[in-house]
Write a protein that binds this ligand. Structure first.
Ligand code: WQD
Length: 346
């Protein structure tokens, strides 16, 4: 089992006001690290950061409202703060939108990351934990998914993650001072047990759990179940849901590991357990006590029937596993949603 690092570091967190970013900033503060948050606030609220500092009982070092496309702004942040490492969340992440606006996704996600890597290189900061996604696997038949599965993303968003993983692997191969963790998340859900921070999607949620939560709290009339004719036990899509607090912990363990062991490392962050859409709906009804009416709708283009992780590498190499179960995920997601029916600035 990994010891939590005793030597505090100064970590720059891009996208640190977002859903996974804010939960990771909280975990970093609680572990005694110094944290600089960089965000352009295009898809998140600074309110999350105020609440994170309340929960941690200590402050971040600084908040920098900078866009990754602002190269000089990035250089200025790095030269002023001199971070030891970067955890990189910032990026656009809507699969459907990425097919409508591929150039914006490549510009924002890939070019933005190139700018970030230049700023790191030029300021002697070569340790990075990257927020990747199981979406890089595409829709393979064989389950569970291991890190050896070839990447075959099926949409522009997934391809931006794939290209960034390749860039980071090339960088690490060219200069052994680089320490890289590529973390492939499965389906992040849940919230900190306090209910003070959580997922706050703008507009109509694309993802299942926030949509179900908004039905439960009365913001949406009913859940549309995208297909019940998949080759699964109840015919609905099966996914590997991972609690966001477990996910945040995975980032700290990955940071500790690569700080001692540079080069490029890839880890799936999932539980290894799949749940169907209807199982999630039932679990959320149980956790909230609220009715979750639903209707069967046609399949959503690009959806795989089944996707779940083989998380054994993260357990063996990081001493990490996603232990919070579906009931906890729904309890915590509901606790956030019922206390914040319209999100942070609703
Ligand atoms: C889960 C299941 C849907 C909504 C996506 C991205 C992935 C990652 C996680 C960023 C599927 C069904 C959903 C709804 C439904 N994001 N569903 N009704 O598609 O597995 O992964 O989010 O990294 O990149 O691809 O997650 O939550 O959208 O869907 O029936 O209103 O719920 O068909 O079976 P997905 P999801």
């Amino acid at each position: 089992m990994n010891l939590i690092r005793l030597v505090p570091m100064k970590i720059l967190v891009t996208g640190g006001t977002g859903y996974i970013g804010s939960h990771t900033v909280l975990a970093l503060l609680e572990a005694g690290h110094g944290v600089v948050v960089l965000d352009n606030l295009s898809n998140s609220s600074k309110t999350s950061l105020e609440r994170v500092q309340e929960l941690a009982g200590r402050e971040i070092t600084a908040f920098e409202e900078v866009d990754l496309l602002d190269r000089s702004g990035l250089d200025d942040v790095f030269s002023r703060h001199r971070p030891d490492a970067v955890i990189h969340f910032a990026g656009l992440k809507a699969v459907g939108e990425s097919s409508e606006k591929p150039l914006w996704y490549y510009t924002n996600n890939v070019s933005g990351t190139v700018n970030l890597l230049w700023a790191m290189e030029e300021n002697d900061c070569r340790t990075i934990v990257f927020s990747s996604s199981a979406t890089v696997y595409g829709a393979p038949e064989t389950m569970p998914l291991t890190e050896k599965q070839t990447m075959d993303a099926q949409n522009p968003y997934g391809r931006t993650k794939e290209h960034i993983e390749d860039m980071l692997a090339d960088l690490a191969a060219s200069d052994d001072r680089w320490a890289v963790a590529l973390l492939r998340y499965f389906n992040p859900v849940g919230a900190h047990e306090s209910g003070r921070i959580g997922e706050d999607p703008s507009g109509i949620p694309n993802n299942l759990m926030p949509f179900v939560a908004q039905v439960a709290v009365g913001r949406r009339e009913k859940l549309m179940v995208f297909g019940d004719d998949y080759p699964t036990p109840d015919g609905t899509g099966v996914r590997d849901y991972i609690h966001v607090v477990d996910l945040a912990d995975g980032h700290l363990k990955a940071l500790d590991r690569i700080s001692e062991d540079p080069g490029v490392h890839v880890w799936n962050l999932g539980t290894g357990r799949g749940y169907s859409v209807l199982e999630v709906r039932d679990a959320f009804h149980k956790a909230s006590g609220r009715e979750i009416p639903y209707e069967i709708a046609p399949r959503r283009a690009g959806d795989a029937a089944v996707s779940y992780a083989d998380p054994s590498a993260a357990l063996a190499e990081l001493g990490w596993s996603g232990d919070r179960d579906m009931d906890t995920m729904c309890r915590d997601h509901w606790n956030w949603q019922k206390n914040n029916p319209h999100g942070y600035d609703g």
